[in-house]
Design a binder for this molecule. Structure first.
Ligand code: URA
Length: 209
């Protein structure tokens, strides 16, 4: 636990390049994010436990394996996290989805949770928190703390792109949480954007500005 995994699969890297490209429009951006989320889910679930079963093939009885029933929960952080949920659910359709909405009070700088709705059994689930842009790490840090306060035991963090500052914060505050990334970028700029990054993920997903 507390590990950082950067997925260098060629398909993920190829698609991420077009996600970064400022000339990529909303429709294509959304589709690419969805595809990368699906590819990342394939990697993130590599260690899910299996159990032995018997199956009748058209030819014979065979020993085979199925997932050992580990329950998964996805927790996108609003709003950009929504862009990666469907891609993950294509591979893990049984996953339940909770939502967390947070903003930082500009005066107190304290996190304000304006929305939270979670599966009732989060303490039994392997939770994947989804935050496409891990910039300062403030939102992911607060969301993870909030889930732990409500009983979550096993949490992973899935991001598209991260800055070193965000990764360091999560490693320090939540050393039990593994972090999965498509890219670890260079730094944050003065406005809190990841460099080189891809701009504002929420705006690019939803066509706002
Ligand atoms: N959030 C974004 O959407 N993009 C960044 O670069 C940083 C935070």
């Amino acid at each position: 636990m507390g590990n950082v995994f950067v997925f260098d699969h060629p398909l993920i890297q190829h698609k991420l390049t077009y996600i970064r490209d400022k000339s990529t429009g909303t429709k294509e951006f959304r589709e690419l994010v969805d595809e990368v989320a699906m590819l990342m889910a394939f990697e993130i679930t590599r260690d899910l436990p299996l159990q032995d079963v018997e199956v009748e093939t058209p030819v014979t009885a065979a020993k085979a394996k199925v997932l050992a029933g580990k329950k998964i929960g996805l927790v996108p952080i609003l709003r950009a996290g929504l862009g990666m949920v469907d891609g993950v659910r294509k591979l893990i359709p049984a996953a339940k989805v909770g939502h967390v909405g947070l903003y930082r009070d500009p005066e107190t700088l304290q996190p304000v949770e304006y929305y939270i709705k979670l599966p009732s059994d989060i303490n039994e689930r392997e939770l994947i928190v989804i935050d496409p842009m891990l910039a300062t790490g403030g939102s992911a840090n607060d969301a993870i703390a909030s889930l732990k306060k409500r009983g979550a035991q096993n949490i992973r963090l899935m991001c598209l792109v991260a800055a070193p500052e965000g990764v360091e914060l999560i490693k320090k505050e939540h050393p039990d949480v593994d972090i999965y990334l498509a890219a670890l970028d260079e730094k944050l700029d003065d406005h809190g954007y990841i460099v080189p990054g891809l701009g504002d993920a929420g705006d690019r997903l939803f066509g706002t500005k």
